[in-house]
Design a protein around this ligand. Sequence first.
Ligand SMILES: [Zn+2]
Length: 419
Amino acid sequence: MNRCICIITCFLVFCLLVPFPVHAAKKKPGVFSEQTSASIRPPAVLNEMKHWSNPDYTRISLELDRDVTWEAHELGKGGNGKPGRVYIDLKRTRLGKSVTDITIGDGLLKGARVGQYKADVVRVVLDTENFREYKIFPLSDPARLVIDVRGERPTEISRLEPVVTAAPERVMMPKQEDKPHVVEKKLKPPPKSALSKIRRIVVDPGHGGHDPGAVGPTGIQEKDVVLAIGLKLRELLTEELGVDVVMTRSTDIFIPLEERTAIANKVGADLFLSVHANAAVNRSAAGIETYYLNLAKTDKVAQLAAKENGTSLEKVSVLQAILFDLMANYKLNDSAHLANEVQKSLHKKIRTIHNDVKNLGVKQGPFYVLVGASMPSILVETAFLSNATEESRLKDPAYQEMVANGILEGVHSYISSLK
Ligand SMILES: [Zn+2]
Protein backbone atom coordinates (compact mmCIF):
# COMPACT_ATOMS: atom_id res chain seq x y z
CA MET A 1 0.00 0.00 0.00
CA ASN A 2 2.96 2.32 -0.42
CA ARG A 3 1.33 4.40 -3.08
CA CYS A 4 1.89 8.09 -2.89
CA ILE A 5 0.45 11.22 -4.34
CA CYS A 6 2.85 13.03 -6.58
CA ILE A 7 2.76 16.17 -8.62
CA ILE A 8 4.15 15.85 -12.09
CA THR A 9 6.60 18.61 -12.86
CA CYS A 10 7.32 18.01 -16.50
CA PHE A 11 5.14 20.94 -17.49
CA LEU A 12 7.50 22.46 -20.04
CA VAL A 13 8.20 19.22 -21.83
CA PHE A 14 4.53 18.46 -21.95
CA CYS A 15 3.50 21.88 -23.22
CA LEU A 16 5.68 21.42 -26.29
CA LEU A 17 3.31 18.64 -27.29
CA VAL A 18 0.17 20.69 -26.84
CA PRO A 19 -1.43 22.11 -29.99
CA PHE A 20 -2.57 25.29 -28.24
CA PRO A 21 -0.72 28.46 -27.22
CA VAL A 22 1.45 27.44 -24.28
CA HIS A 23 1.10 30.71 -22.42
CA ALA A 24 -2.68 30.38 -22.37
CA ALA A 25 -2.70 26.90 -20.91
CA LYS A 26 -3.37 26.78 -17.19
CA LYS A 27 -2.29 23.45 -15.92
CA LYS A 28 -3.90 21.61 -13.08
CA PRO A 29 -1.78 18.57 -12.34
CA GLY A 30 -4.17 16.73 -10.02
CA VAL A 31 -2.33 13.49 -10.26
CA PHE A 32 -2.85 10.17 -8.66
CA SER A 33 -0.26 7.72 -9.73
CA GLU A 34 0.58 4.14 -9.36
CA GLN A 35 4.31 4.09 -9.09
CA THR A 36 5.29 0.50 -8.78
CA SER A 37 5.69 -1.61 -11.88
CA ALA A 38 3.73 0.93 -13.95
CA SER A 39 6.18 0.59 -16.81
CA ILE A 40 5.89 -3.19 -16.94
CA ARG A 41 2.11 -3.41 -16.98
CA PRO A 42 0.17 -3.00 -20.22
CA PRO A 43 -1.55 0.35 -20.69
CA ALA A 44 -4.88 1.00 -18.98
CA VAL A 45 -8.01 1.10 -21.14
CA LEU A 46 -10.59 3.88 -21.10
CA ASN A 47 -13.83 1.90 -21.35
CA GLU A 48 -16.59 4.44 -20.94
CA MET A 49 -17.36 8.15 -20.77
CA LYS A 50 -20.65 9.22 -19.16
CA HIS A 51 -22.12 12.58 -18.23
CA TRP A 52 -24.80 14.12 -16.01
CA SER A 53 -26.02 17.70 -16.17
CA ASN A 54 -27.00 19.20 -12.83
CA PRO A 55 -28.24 22.70 -12.02
CA ASP A 56 -24.84 24.10 -11.13
CA TYR A 57 -22.37 21.60 -12.46
CA THR A 58 -21.82 19.00 -15.13
CA ARG A 59 -20.27 15.71 -14.14
CA ILE A 60 -18.21 13.57 -16.51
CA SER A 61 -17.09 10.10 -15.49
CA LEU A 62 -14.25 8.30 -17.24
CA GLU A 63 -14.27 4.60 -16.51
CA LEU A 64 -10.98 2.73 -16.79
CA ASP A 65 -9.80 -0.78 -16.15
CA ARG A 66 -7.33 0.49 -13.54
CA ASP A 67 -5.86 3.61 -11.94
CA VAL A 68 -4.02 6.01 -14.20
CA THR A 69 -1.88 9.09 -13.94
CA TRP A 70 -3.35 12.18 -15.57
CA GLU A 71 -2.68 15.79 -16.29
CA ALA A 72 -5.35 18.40 -16.76
CA HIS A 73 -5.04 21.75 -18.52
CA GLU A 74 -7.39 24.65 -18.98
CA LEU A 75 -7.55 27.07 -21.92
CA GLY A 76 -9.95 29.93 -21.28
CA LYS A 77 -13.36 29.55 -19.66
CA GLY A 78 -15.59 30.06 -22.69
CA GLY A 79 -18.34 32.65 -22.53
CA ASN A 80 -18.70 35.83 -24.62
CA GLY A 81 -18.47 33.77 -27.76
CA LYS A 82 -14.92 32.69 -26.94
CA PRO A 83 -14.16 28.99 -26.97
CA GLY A 84 -12.82 27.46 -23.82
CA ARG A 85 -11.38 24.04 -23.21
CA VAL A 86 -10.33 21.71 -20.48
CA TYR A 87 -8.26 18.78 -21.60
CA ILE A 88 -7.15 15.81 -19.59
CA ASP A 89 -4.38 13.53 -20.72
CA LEU A 90 -4.53 10.00 -19.37
CA LYS A 91 -1.03 8.57 -19.30
CA ARG A 92 -0.28 5.02 -20.40
CA THR A 93 -3.85 4.56 -21.55
CA ARG A 94 -5.52 3.23 -24.66
CA LEU A 95 -8.90 4.26 -25.93
CA GLY A 96 -11.52 1.50 -25.70
CA LYS A 97 -13.41 0.66 -28.91
CA SER A 98 -16.85 1.72 -27.74
CA VAL A 99 -15.92 5.16 -26.39
CA THR A 100 -17.18 7.99 -28.56
CA ASP A 101 -17.51 11.77 -28.41
CA ILE A 102 -20.59 13.08 -26.63
CA THR A 103 -22.66 16.19 -27.26
CA ILE A 104 -23.84 17.91 -24.09
CA GLY A 105 -24.93 21.50 -24.81
CA ASP A 106 -26.13 22.26 -21.29
CA GLY A 107 -24.75 25.79 -21.00
CA LEU A 108 -21.55 24.70 -19.26
CA LEU A 109 -20.17 22.18 -21.73
CA LYS A 110 -20.76 21.88 -25.44
CA GLY A 111 -19.49 18.36 -25.41
CA ALA A 112 -16.64 15.99 -24.68
CA ARG A 113 -14.25 14.50 -27.21
CA VAL A 114 -11.83 11.62 -26.83
CA GLY A 115 -8.89 10.53 -28.90
CA GLN A 116 -5.70 8.52 -28.82
CA TYR A 117 -3.49 11.60 -28.69
CA LYS A 118 -0.24 9.65 -28.62
CA ALA A 119 0.49 5.93 -28.70
CA ASP A 120 0.10 5.75 -24.93
CA VAL A 121 -1.87 8.90 -24.11
CA VAL A 122 -5.64 9.31 -24.34
CA ARG A 123 -6.76 12.92 -24.45
CA VAL A 124 -10.24 13.93 -23.28
CA VAL A 125 -11.21 17.43 -24.40
CA LEU A 126 -14.14 19.21 -22.76
CA ASP A 127 -15.38 22.01 -25.00
CA THR A 128 -16.75 24.56 -22.59
CA GLU A 129 -19.41 27.18 -23.10
CA ASN A 130 -18.94 28.99 -19.83
CA PHE A 131 -17.55 27.68 -16.57
CA ARG A 132 -15.91 28.81 -13.36
CA GLU A 133 -13.87 25.85 -12.22
CA TYR A 134 -13.45 22.12 -12.47
CA LYS A 135 -12.38 19.38 -10.06
CA ILE A 136 -11.16 15.87 -10.74
CA PHE A 137 -11.69 13.02 -8.26
CA PRO A 138 -10.25 9.53 -8.62
CA LEU A 139 -12.56 6.68 -7.57
CA SER A 140 -12.12 2.92 -7.45
CA ASP A 141 -13.82 -0.29 -8.44
CA PRO A 142 -14.02 0.26 -11.31
CA ALA A 143 -11.20 2.79 -11.49
CA ARG A 144 -12.55 6.08 -12.75
CA LEU A 145 -11.93 9.77 -12.89
CA VAL A 146 -14.86 12.01 -12.16
CA ILE A 147 -14.68 15.58 -13.47
CA ASP A 148 -17.12 18.12 -12.05
CA VAL A 149 -17.28 21.33 -14.08
CA ARG A 150 -18.98 24.17 -12.22
CA GLY A 151 -20.28 27.51 -13.28
CA GLU A 152 -23.33 29.63 -13.88
CA ARG A 153 -25.46 28.59 -16.79
CA PRO A 154 -27.16 31.20 -18.92
CA THR A 155 -30.66 31.62 -17.36
CA GLU A 156 -32.61 30.37 -20.35
CA ILE A 157 -30.64 27.13 -20.21
CA SER A 158 -30.78 26.69 -16.45
CA ARG A 159 -34.56 26.53 -16.65
CA LEU A 160 -34.37 23.47 -18.88
CA GLU A 161 -34.87 20.02 -17.42
CA PRO A 162 -31.51 18.69 -16.38
CA VAL A 163 -30.34 15.73 -18.40
CA VAL A 164 -29.14 12.50 -16.91
CA THR A 165 -27.88 9.65 -19.03
CA ALA A 166 -28.97 7.01 -16.55
CA ALA A 167 -32.65 7.18 -15.69
CA PRO A 168 -33.48 6.68 -12.02
CA GLU A 169 -36.03 4.12 -11.04
CA ARG A 170 -39.37 5.64 -10.27
CA VAL A 171 -41.13 4.87 -7.05
CA MET A 172 -43.77 2.19 -7.11
CA MET A 173 -46.49 2.53 -4.56
CA PRO A 174 -46.52 -0.58 -2.41
CA LYS A 175 -49.41 -2.95 -2.89
CA GLN A 176 -51.90 -3.07 -0.06
CA GLU A 177 -50.79 -6.50 1.17
CA ASP A 178 -47.11 -5.46 1.18
CA LYS A 179 -47.71 -2.66 3.63
CA PRO A 180 -45.77 -2.97 6.86
CA HIS A 181 -47.82 -4.48 9.64
CA VAL A 182 -45.74 -2.80 12.34
CA VAL A 183 -46.63 0.79 11.40
CA GLU A 184 -46.71 2.55 14.70
CA LYS A 185 -48.92 5.38 15.75
CA LYS A 186 -49.13 8.06 13.10
CA LEU A 187 -46.88 11.07 13.37
CA LYS A 188 -48.47 14.44 13.75
CA PRO A 189 -48.14 15.86 10.27
CA PRO A 190 -45.63 18.71 9.96
CA PRO A 191 -47.05 22.15 9.17
CA LYS A 192 -48.14 22.44 5.54
CA SER A 193 -45.79 25.35 4.93
CA ALA A 194 -42.79 23.26 6.00
CA LEU A 195 -43.94 20.23 4.06
CA SER A 196 -44.23 22.29 0.91
CA LYS A 197 -40.48 22.87 1.12
CA ILE A 198 -39.75 19.16 1.26
CA ARG A 199 -41.66 17.41 -1.45
CA ARG A 200 -39.23 14.84 -2.73
CA ILE A 201 -36.71 12.74 -0.83
CA VAL A 202 -34.07 10.46 -2.27
CA VAL A 203 -33.36 7.31 -0.26
CA ASP A 204 -29.99 5.81 -1.10
CA PRO A 205 -29.31 2.28 0.17
CA GLY A 206 -25.52 1.96 0.06
CA HIS A 207 -23.52 -0.46 -2.10
CA GLY A 208 -25.29 -3.22 -4.11
CA GLY A 209 -24.53 -5.66 -6.89
CA HIS A 210 -20.87 -6.69 -6.89
CA ASP A 211 -20.20 -4.34 -3.95
CA PRO A 212 -21.40 -6.02 -0.73
CA GLY A 213 -20.24 -3.19 1.55
CA ALA A 214 -19.38 -4.38 5.06
CA VAL A 215 -19.71 -8.08 5.83
CA GLY A 216 -20.61 -9.28 9.34
CA PRO A 217 -19.04 -12.18 11.28
CA THR A 218 -21.73 -14.59 10.07
CA GLY A 219 -21.66 -13.30 6.52
CA ILE A 220 -24.55 -10.83 6.57
CA GLN A 221 -23.90 -8.21 3.87
CA GLU A 222 -24.40 -4.50 4.26
CA LYS A 223 -25.95 -4.14 0.79
CA ASP A 224 -28.87 -6.45 1.74
CA VAL A 225 -29.52 -4.95 5.15
CA VAL A 226 -29.51 -1.34 3.96
CA LEU A 227 -31.74 -2.16 1.00
CA ALA A 228 -34.30 -3.69 3.36
CA ILE A 229 -34.13 -0.61 5.61
CA GLY A 230 -34.30 1.73 2.59
CA LEU A 231 -37.42 0.05 1.21
CA LYS A 232 -39.17 0.26 4.58
CA LEU A 233 -38.12 3.89 4.85
CA ARG A 234 -39.62 4.60 1.44
CA GLU A 235 -42.98 3.21 2.57
CA LEU A 236 -42.95 5.15 5.80
CA LEU A 237 -41.95 8.47 4.22
CA THR A 238 -44.62 8.06 1.56
CA GLU A 239 -47.36 7.06 3.98
CA GLU A 240 -46.58 9.23 6.97
CA LEU A 241 -45.29 12.38 5.35
CA GLY A 242 -46.94 12.15 1.95
CA VAL A 243 -43.69 13.03 0.20
CA ASP A 244 -42.50 11.65 -3.09
CA VAL A 245 -39.66 9.17 -2.60
CA VAL A 246 -37.11 8.21 -5.22
CA MET A 247 -34.77 5.30 -4.55
CA THR A 248 -31.26 5.31 -6.02
CA ARG A 249 -31.72 1.54 -6.09
CA SER A 250 -34.60 -0.71 -5.04
CA THR A 251 -33.00 -3.99 -6.04
CA ASP A 252 -29.58 -5.61 -5.64
CA ILE A 253 -27.78 -3.63 -8.34
CA PHE A 254 -24.57 -1.64 -8.40
CA ILE A 255 -24.90 2.13 -8.82
CA PRO A 256 -21.66 4.10 -8.91
CA LEU A 257 -21.34 6.71 -6.16
CA GLU A 258 -21.13 9.62 -8.59
CA GLU A 259 -24.44 8.59 -10.11
CA ARG A 260 -26.33 8.56 -6.82
CA THR A 261 -26.13 12.31 -6.18
CA ALA A 262 -26.63 12.91 -9.90
CA ILE A 263 -29.98 11.07 -9.56
CA ALA A 264 -30.91 13.24 -6.56
CA ASN A 265 -30.06 16.43 -8.43
CA LYS A 266 -31.82 15.28 -11.56
CA VAL A 267 -35.13 14.60 -9.82
CA GLY A 268 -34.90 17.86 -7.88
CA ALA A 269 -34.81 16.12 -4.49
CA ASP A 270 -35.10 18.26 -1.36
CA LEU A 271 -33.28 15.79 0.90
CA PHE A 272 -30.80 12.99 0.31
CA LEU A 273 -30.59 10.09 2.80
CA SER A 274 -27.84 7.53 2.34
CA VAL A 275 -28.32 4.42 4.49
CA HIS A 276 -25.34 2.30 5.55
CA ALA A 277 -24.08 -0.15 8.15
CA ASN A 278 -20.75 0.46 9.82
CA ALA A 279 -17.69 -1.75 10.17
CA ALA A 280 -14.56 -1.54 12.28
CA VAL A 281 -11.49 -3.70 12.79
CA ASN A 282 -12.28 -3.60 16.49
CA ARG A 283 -15.20 -6.01 16.69
CA SER A 284 -16.47 -4.52 19.93
CA ALA A 285 -17.14 -1.16 18.23
CA ALA A 286 -20.89 -0.55 18.19
CA GLY A 287 -23.51 2.15 17.95
CA ILE A 288 -25.22 4.63 15.67
CA GLU A 289 -23.63 7.62 13.95
CA THR A 290 -24.73 10.07 11.30
CA TYR A 291 -22.47 11.95 8.91
CA TYR A 292 -22.63 14.99 6.73
CA LEU A 293 -20.06 16.02 4.19
CA ASN A 294 -16.96 17.78 5.40
CA LEU A 295 -13.29 17.17 5.93
CA ALA A 296 -12.42 14.24 8.18
CA LYS A 297 -11.33 15.34 11.62
CA THR A 298 -9.85 12.02 12.72
CA ASP A 299 -8.03 9.06 11.16
CA LYS A 300 -10.96 6.84 12.10
CA VAL A 301 -13.33 8.94 10.02
CA ALA A 302 -10.87 8.97 7.11
CA GLN A 303 -10.72 5.16 7.31
CA LEU A 304 -14.51 4.84 7.31
CA ALA A 305 -14.72 7.24 4.35
CA ALA A 306 -12.17 5.11 2.48
CA LYS A 307 -14.35 2.06 3.13
CA GLU A 308 -17.61 3.74 2.13
CA ASN A 309 -15.99 5.39 -0.89
CA GLY A 310 -14.54 2.02 -1.91
CA THR A 311 -11.12 3.65 -2.20
CA SER A 312 -7.79 3.78 -0.48
CA LEU A 313 -6.90 6.21 2.30
CA GLU A 314 -4.67 7.89 -0.22
CA LYS A 315 -7.58 8.71 -2.51
CA VAL A 316 -9.50 10.02 0.47
CA SER A 317 -6.70 12.49 1.04
CA VAL A 318 -6.90 13.60 -2.60
CA LEU A 319 -10.64 14.08 -2.09
CA GLN A 320 -10.02 16.03 1.11
CA ALA A 321 -7.72 18.44 -0.68
CA ILE A 322 -10.35 19.04 -3.36
CA LEU A 323 -13.20 19.27 -0.86
CA PHE A 324 -11.43 22.03 0.98
CA ASP A 325 -12.02 24.27 -2.06
CA LEU A 326 -15.55 23.08 -2.62
CA MET A 327 -17.08 23.39 0.82
CA ALA A 328 -18.56 26.82 0.14
CA ASN A 329 -21.00 25.19 -2.28
CA TYR A 330 -22.57 22.86 0.23
CA LYS A 331 -25.58 23.25 2.45
CA LEU A 332 -23.50 22.50 5.52
CA ASN A 333 -25.81 24.01 8.12
CA ASP A 334 -28.92 22.35 6.76
CA SER A 335 -27.13 19.03 6.44
CA ALA A 336 -25.80 19.31 10.01
CA HIS A 337 -29.31 20.12 11.23
CA LEU A 338 -30.81 17.15 9.38
CA ALA A 339 -28.02 14.88 10.68
CA ASN A 340 -28.73 16.02 14.26
CA GLU A 341 -32.45 15.34 14.03
CA VAL A 342 -32.00 11.92 12.44
CA GLN A 343 -29.26 10.85 14.84
CA LYS A 344 -31.32 11.93 17.87
CA SER A 345 -34.53 10.23 16.72
CA LEU A 346 -32.84 7.07 15.53
CA HIS A 347 -30.92 6.61 18.78
CA LYS A 348 -34.03 7.30 20.84
CA LYS A 349 -36.03 4.80 18.81
CA ILE A 350 -33.46 1.99 19.09
CA ARG A 351 -32.98 2.66 22.81
CA THR A 352 -36.61 1.81 23.49
CA ILE A 353 -35.73 -1.85 22.79
CA HIS A 354 -31.95 -2.01 23.21
CA ASN A 355 -31.15 0.37 26.02
CA ASP A 356 -27.42 -0.31 25.70
CA VAL A 357 -27.19 1.15 22.17
CA LYS A 358 -24.39 3.70 21.86
CA ASN A 359 -25.00 7.17 20.53
CA LEU A 360 -21.82 7.96 18.59
CA GLY A 361 -23.25 11.30 17.54
CA VAL A 362 -23.10 13.43 14.44
CA LYS A 363 -19.80 13.52 12.60
CA GLN A 364 -18.30 14.99 9.48
CA GLY A 365 -16.52 13.08 6.78
CA PRO A 366 -15.43 13.10 3.14
CA PHE A 367 -18.02 10.67 1.79
CA TYR A 368 -17.98 10.75 -1.96
CA VAL A 369 -21.66 9.80 -2.24
CA LEU A 370 -22.51 13.20 -0.72
CA VAL A 371 -20.21 15.21 -3.02
CA GLY A 372 -22.16 17.34 -5.45
CA ALA A 373 -25.56 16.93 -3.76
CA SER A 374 -27.31 20.26 -4.07
CA MET A 375 -29.75 19.53 -1.22
CA PRO A 376 -29.21 18.77 2.51
CA SER A 377 -27.70 15.32 2.54
CA ILE A 378 -26.60 12.83 5.19
CA LEU A 379 -25.18 9.35 5.54
CA VAL A 380 -26.57 7.22 8.38
CA GLU A 381 -24.52 4.37 9.84
CA THR A 382 -27.36 2.37 11.34
CA ALA A 383 -25.24 -0.03 13.47
CA PHE A 384 -21.98 -1.97 13.22
CA LEU A 385 -22.22 -5.03 11.03
CA SER A 386 -18.75 -6.01 12.27
CA ASN A 387 -20.13 -6.36 15.79
CA ALA A 388 -21.74 -9.76 16.43
CA THR A 389 -24.59 -8.39 18.55
CA GLU A 390 -25.41 -5.59 16.15
CA GLU A 391 -25.10 -7.92 13.15
CA SER A 392 -27.82 -10.12 14.62
CA ARG A 393 -29.97 -7.03 15.17
CA LEU A 394 -29.39 -5.68 11.65
CA LYS A 395 -30.56 -8.89 9.99
CA ASP A 396 -33.79 -8.88 12.02
CA PRO A 397 -36.70 -7.34 10.04
CA ALA A 398 -38.10 -5.87 13.28
CA TYR A 399 -34.85 -3.97 13.86
CA GLN A 400 -34.78 -2.82 10.23
CA GLU A 401 -38.32 -1.53 10.68
CA MET A 402 -37.29 0.28 13.85
CA VAL A 403 -34.33 1.90 12.10
CA ALA A 404 -36.57 3.07 9.25
CA ASN A 405 -38.99 4.48 11.83
CA GLY A 406 -36.19 6.27 13.67
CA ILE A 407 -34.95 7.90 10.46
CA LEU A 408 -38.53 8.81 9.51
CA GLU A 409 -39.03 10.54 12.86
CA GLY A 410 -35.78 12.46 12.44
CA VAL A 411 -36.85 13.65 8.99
CA HIS A 412 -40.23 14.57 10.44
CA SER A 413 -38.59 16.67 13.18
CA TYR A 414 -36.36 18.33 10.62
CA ILE A 415 -39.29 19.23 8.38
CA SER A 416 -41.36 20.41 11.33
CA SER A 417 -38.57 22.75 12.41
CA LEU A 418 -38.45 24.49 9.02
CA LYS A 419 -40.12 27.85 9.09
ZN1 LIG B 1 -21.62 1.45 3.49
